[in-house]
Ligand binder design. Sequence first.
Ligand code: XUL
Length: 546
Amino acid sequence: MAVYLGLDLSTQSLTAVAIEVSDRERRVAFEESLDFDGTLPQYGTRHGVLPQKEPLVATSSPLMWAEALDRMMQTIARDSSIALADIQAISGSGQQHGSVYLGAAGAAALASLDAARPLEEQLRGKFVRPESPIWMDSSTSAECAEITAALGGPEALARLTGSRAFERFTGPQIRKFYKELPAAYRSTARIHLVSSYAASLLAGRDAPIDPGDGSGMNLMDLAERRWAGEALAATAPDLASRLPAIAPSWTVVGPLATYWRARHGFPAAKVVAWSGDNPCSLVGTGIVSEGRIAISLGTSDTLFGIVPQACFDPSGTGHVFGSPTGGYMPLICCKNGSLAREAVRDQFHLDWSEFSDVLGGAPAGNGGAIMLPWFDAEITPTVLEPGVRRYGLDPHDAAANVRAVVEAQMLSLANHSEWMGVTVSRIHATGGASQNPAILQVMADVFGADVCVVGGGNSAALGAALRAYHADERSRGREMPWPDVVAGFTEPWPASTVHPIPAHVAVYREMRKVYAACEAHALGKGPDPQPVVVAFMRGAGKVAGP
Ligand code: XUL
């Protein structure tokens, strides 16, 4: 039976999913996760991120990612649930926007990996930047402003690349590096994304960047799916020569490098271009045709859909990425996802089951109490000075705070995704917190739509495995429609559907305005929201029951 492997190099862990596909059967045959903090403590990460003095800076270790990959490949090779020799193709998913800087020796090391020595030993010292900036970084406001000015303003940049300049996007990150350490920039032979770096390690050669991840850089012409010369010029000199090519998401980069075959016993499977975690989740949640959205509740909470034409968010909050299925994916990303939920859970010494009980026990609308859950700097909306803001919310009331953090996350996702113009009838939920029905009930009530769980918690790794399958078929001259590729893997879990409660939908319709007023006030863009809160309390807020 043909086996396809998907790997997800995310913020906190590396996950592998292997699927088996035959004419008669399709199933997930293997699933395994390796958590960076716990498995590789020598790197000193916390939640996958290296400690920093500067609060807006966020980095991780490209060497740790390589070591994690080596460990995971060994685990897969030793596991008896899949026949290694049946692996046809491997693809992957990487946390988006993060970048890896290799010197000439690093680029050469990739091409001559020695199976007798661990990967990490061969790459040590080969990075021009031993720490990679990652998507949680928000330290490049100055560079964002410079790039925006050079490209003719935020709207012009968004029209060209799919997004206005964002601090975490790779272009502003590269510009900051070039400005601060010009000599180090000059000695950089290759700048990879996390995705193309990992694909290069597997293929033992320079892998391309796919349009799904390339559109998270402020450097790619979204409609043409090629580097945008004017954006490159506004970012750093001679950048084109330092970037890999952009190639379709289904590109076969080459066979698995000898290193993996000789060291762990893998076959010469095809290495397929990797993509970003959100583009892979799009496939892994089955959002391969229009009219549905997915919400991924992971380290970041993201909401995305699929559209046929390139477009952009006129409000400047959202992004449009290339979809690995060929179209385009509008997306919004909230940085305060699982870590914000965890912060509230820990503050009140709850476990997840108690968190759910408390959440389900407080009334929809929370009596008008609002939290702006900016535990960390936020992306949607832009908040560079972290700090939780509370409106009418007692900071010591466990039930009210648990309810407030989840309601805030859902209200924010709903308000900030309006520009996508999608009439939501069904939401596919994924990510760790999608296993929590109480959270899904708030989601269903805020969006007024059915919510169902798809793809387990590992939709990005599953999406990568499905992309490997699609690319393998394509390389054999069989162009499979995407609904056929994902069939049997992305159907909602039986009995997982959560229906909206009409009375709660009515409460949240009004509460969205309250949340928007509090958010505008907290950002210094609106008046005191008290009158809006009072009006809400007299009306919808008063009638809500648990
Ligand atoms: C998306 C984003 C995050 C990362 C990490 O724009 O920044 O979702 O991809 O998951």
